[in-house]
Design a protein around this ligand. Structure first.
Ligand code: NAG
Ligand code: NAG
Ligand code: NAG
Ligand code: NAG
Ligand code: NAG
Ligand code: NAG
Ligand code: NAG
Length: 790
């Protein structure tokens, strides 16, 4: 194992760091006549054209900047021709700028490995269970009524963009499923370890995309990954099982912690698998996986033509990027034109503000929060103090008390100060650590790997302490020795005890499962935050869903920790990330599509947003991982409530044309040649969105909204407002009466500062949050508002 990899930072900076190196590397190339990978985006197709004509058009554009036909042919990667119009090619910066001058071209932009990442927290922090030890309760247990109304999603096709699938998992069994919907036009693409028998009534389609990957890294090394839709990573199987895994009953966790049923959100929905993420050569699996934008765009183009209803993407840019240079935003826009719902993860770059990805208003952007379940394994100190800890390890201590040490006290002398106390490989002295419980801090290295080091040095037990950056997000891991993990405040308590005690002692109590943990949910520390730096007048994320310690199917070709020292083969694995939250929302969208087949993708998003919960299970506002009140920059409208979303009362609808007007207002006027931007451009926050964000507030702002009645035919709704601190919010009219389903009514929202003094002195550098609610006695249709003068 190479040295730099071993000291790879545990936190997300690592991903940003490596992509910075890549950007740097590629900018050196850019200065020469070397070619780089570009996407040339031409917007919507104008008029009816045969596929070969479109290909010829793309080729002629390319040829116009290349010296020969052969050079043009060699440089072309994909021609996107079904629904998205554009191509990817190797170009010099000069050729790219020549193409960008053509009047049909919407944008020409660079794409590079590392631009997109999967949204699993520190992918090398994966946790796992050993063979024969299985899983735990349903992730969407409270929606049985909605599930049966939606026929468990059996007529809905979910397009899944990830690292492929492990089709043999019980979660993907086709047993008892009805024939494949006739409208399905996709294929089962065979390859390494994947033949036609691996597609089924459950996995109805499977394809893989690696032209862009191979343009960059050369031919795929099939020792690392399969040239087929087979998942050799685990992430793809995990997200696929969360969105649409079958019910698997009588599964028990660690053999004794009770039995339960594991199920995905839409258990009878069909999966169409598009493998777009691959292993990176010469990288440890814990660090090495990439999803190329040019490959994703080809997959999205095919998926639209194949006939998927919902797209789930637990992938996003490593840092915020404008719509015209963001392949997922582009693909999603063309999907939404065909009324496909696109649901994406917000990213794991929290708690810093302004970090979220996938901010386009035609996408559902999902943050991550905790479940109300913990795997508790407390530490008891020699003085009797009991400290809450969490773990999934099956190993138990034999004796009552053991000597307790902080790792820095039992380290070898050559350990660098910057990583002292972190139990990196070969850092501990066997002489000093032997027989003791060792406290190691998070930072560099992997959570399970630190335990492996304690075990190597002869330690009896292991306590993983959060550093302040990890806050109180405690992740339960299947360690290789008796172990538990504690939050930052508790890690400090243990350190203080060690410091102040002559012979510090401790023990770790074996794991028990606690359900209905309070308070829950709370926002994960890692979830990416608003404000939306791409368009501050669209409030993002939209919603939060469970993303901490989520159990689902795993690939048997990858150990649960992804570490080379780990030889366990598992069927199920626990992961954390907005990657895990996104498929909960995608599944809800699939069920809503089944219950309300005529609803637009905007209506489905609106229902999910306006029905969300803001309170946790102790009746107070949802908090962050440190216990402070969270806000819509973390949770959007709040926590996902699938059953409520099925009956939202009113929806804020929007059409493809509305998005085009929004794009005109954002300065993107050429996306659809059949569409003319209006002369009087509205403000971007006039888009009929179920939330409201006002940036650059200066004086009075008025926006229009329109709601559609989807509840009872005759109903009257009354408006109520919780204004942002320091502002007045007026709704006109305050009463809306409906006489039939489908009826639309408009209203105006006016926001004013309470007084100039407030505006000048206190508002300037603050974001203030409020709510607007329409209530008819049954439905609460609630929208978050954010105002700032920034
Ligand atoms: C969860 O689902 C199981 C099986 O369907 C059911 O018995 C149980 O009551 C549900 N729990 C909750 C909290 O809804
Ligand atoms: C497909 O693969 C399975 C095992 O992975 C094998 O049993 C089966 O014979 C193969 N089918 C064909 C048609 O090759
Ligand atoms: C393919 O990957 C394996 C495993 O990492 C490695 O041993 C082998 O050298 C690689 N082959 C090539 C051609 O790079
Ligand atoms: C559930 O699993 C346990 C252990 O694998 C087994 O003993 C038991 O018979 C199973 N129960 C049912 C109802 O299948
Ligand atoms: C990780 O290690 C590097 C190099 O030793 C060090 O500079 C950095 O501070 C460490 N990061 C953390 C979070 O401990
Ligand atoms: C423990 O003591 C060391 C020095 O002996 C000090 O640097 C450290 O801050 C102390 N930690 C706590 C949590 O008291
Ligand atoms: C706010 O508007 C007033 C008058 O409309 C103008 O004088 C002032 O410069 C504006 N302030 C900012 C920060 O734009």
């Amino acid at each position: 194992m190479n040295r730099s990899r071993r000291s790879a930072m545990e936190v997300n900076q690592n991903l940003h760091f490596s992509s910075l190196i890549l950007i740097f590397f590629f900018s050196i190339l850019a200065s020469s006549s070397e070619t780089q990978m570009y996407i040339v985006y031409l917007g919507e197709h104008g008029g009816e054209k045969a596929l070969h004509e479109i290909e010829e058009t793309h080729f002629s554009y390319l040829q116009s900047v290349k010296d020969s036909e052969e050079e043009a042919r060699d440089s072309l990667i994909y021609s996107y021709k079904h629904c998205i119009n554009g191509f990817s090619a190797m170009l010099t910066s000069h050729q790219a700028s020549k193409l960008s001058e053509l009047k049909e071209v919407v944008s020409v932009f660079r794409t590079h490995p590392g631009k997109y990442v999967k949204h699993t927290t520190r992918s090398w922090e994966f946790v796992g269970l050993e063979e024969g030890e299985s899983l735990f309760p349903a992730t969407m247990n409270k929606s049985d009524d909605l599930l049966s109304k939606a026929n468990y999603g059996r007529d809905v096709i979910i397009g899944h963009f990830d690292s492929g699938i492990w089709p043999e998992s019980d979660s993907f069994s086709e047993e008892g499923m009805e024939p494949i919907p006739k409208r399905w036009k996709g294929i089962c693409q065979t390859g390494d370890d994947f033949n036609a028998s691996h597609c089924s009534r459950k996995v109805i389609g499977a394809r893989y995309y690696l032209k862009a990957y191979e343009k960059c890294y050369g031919t795929l090394n099939t020792t690392l990954d399969s040239r087929s839709p087979r998942d050799r990573d685990g992430h793809g199987s995990h997200t696929a099982a969360t969105v649409a895994g079958r019910r698997v009953s009588n599964v028990s966790f660690m053999g004794k912690l009770g039995t339960g049923t594991a199920t995905g959100g839409a258990p009878l929905a069909r999966l169409a698998v598009y493998k777009v993420c691959w292993a990176i050569p010469h990288q440890e699996k814990v660090n090495g996986n990439t999803c190329f934008e040019a490959d994703m765009l080809a997959a999205m183009d095919d998926a639209i033509a194949d006939g998927v209803d919902v797209m789930t993407l637990s992938i996003g840019t490593a840092s915020p990027i404008g719509y015209q240079e963001d392949g997922i935003a582009i693909g999603a826009l063309h999907a939404v034109k065909r009324n496909i719902v696109v649901s994406c993860s917000a990213g794991n770059s929290g708690p810093a503000p302004g970090t979220l990805s996938n901010p386009a208003p035609w996408i559902i952007t999902v943050g991550a929060s905790s479940l109300d379940r913990k795997f508790l394994a407390p530490v008891v100190l020699g003085n009797g103090m009991k400290i809450e800890g969490e773990t999934l390890t099956k190993y138990k201590l034999k004796h009552t008390l053991y000597p307790l040490v902080y790792a820095a006290e039992v380290e070898l002398p050559n350990v660098a100060k910057s990583v002292s106390g972190q139990c990196l490989p070969n850092s501990l002295s066997s002489e000093k650590a032997n027989g003791k419980i060792v406290l190691c801090l998070r930072g560099n290295g992997t959570r399970i790997g630190k335990g492996i080091e304690v075990k190597r040095a002869g330690g009896a037990g292991y306590i993983l302490g959060n550093s302040p950056a990890n806050g109180e997000d405690v992740e339960s891991d299947a360690h290789f020795l008796p172990a538990t993990a504690v939050g930052s405040a508790n890690a400090i308590k243990i350190l203080e005890y060690i410091n102040l005690t002559k012979n510090p002692m401790a023990t770790i109590i074996p794991t028990t499962t606690r359900l209905h943990v309070k308070p829950a949910p709370y926002m994960a520390a890692f979830t990416s935050r608003g404000p939306n730096v791409i368009d501050p007048s669209t409030l993002k994320p939209d919603i939060t869903a469970p993303g901490l310690n989520i159990l689902a199917a795993w690939s048997r070709a990858d150990p649960p920790s992804k570490l080379s020292e780990d030889h366990r083969v598992v069927k199920w694995n626990f992961l954390s990330g907005t990657s895990m939250a996104c498929p909960h929302v995608s599944a809800t969208a699939a069920l809503l599509k089944a219950v309300h087949p005529s609803w637009s993708s905007a209506a489905i998003r609106s229902a999910i947003i306006t029905s969300a919960a803001q309170l946790n299970n102790i009746g107070t506002l949802i908090t962050d991982a440190k216990g402070n009140t969270a806000d819509p920059f973390q949770f959007g409208a709040g926590h996902l409530r699938p059953t409520k979303a099925a009956d939202p009362g009113l929806v804020y609808d929007a059409s493809y044309a509305d998005y085009l007007i929004y794009l005109c207002s954002s300065g993107l006027t050429k996306v659809d040649p059949s569409f003319q931007c209006p002369k009087d451009l509205p403000k971007t926050n006039d888009l009929n969105y179920p939330s409201l964000s006002i940036a650059n507030f200066n004086g009075t702002v008025t926006v229009k909204r329109m709601v559609t009645n989807v509840g009872r035919s005759k109903s009257t709704y009354f408006a109520s407002v919780k204004p942002p601190l320091g502002y007045r919010v007026k709704i006109r009219p305050t009463v809306l009466s409906f006489r039939r389903i489908g009826e639309k009514k408009s209203f105006m929202i006016t926001v004013e500062a309470e007084s100039d003094t407030v505006l000048k002195h206190e508002q300037l550098d603050k974001y203030r949050f409020g709510w607007i609610t329409w209530f008819d006695g049954i439905h609460n249709v609630r929208s978050p508002i954010v105002v700032s003068s920034l």
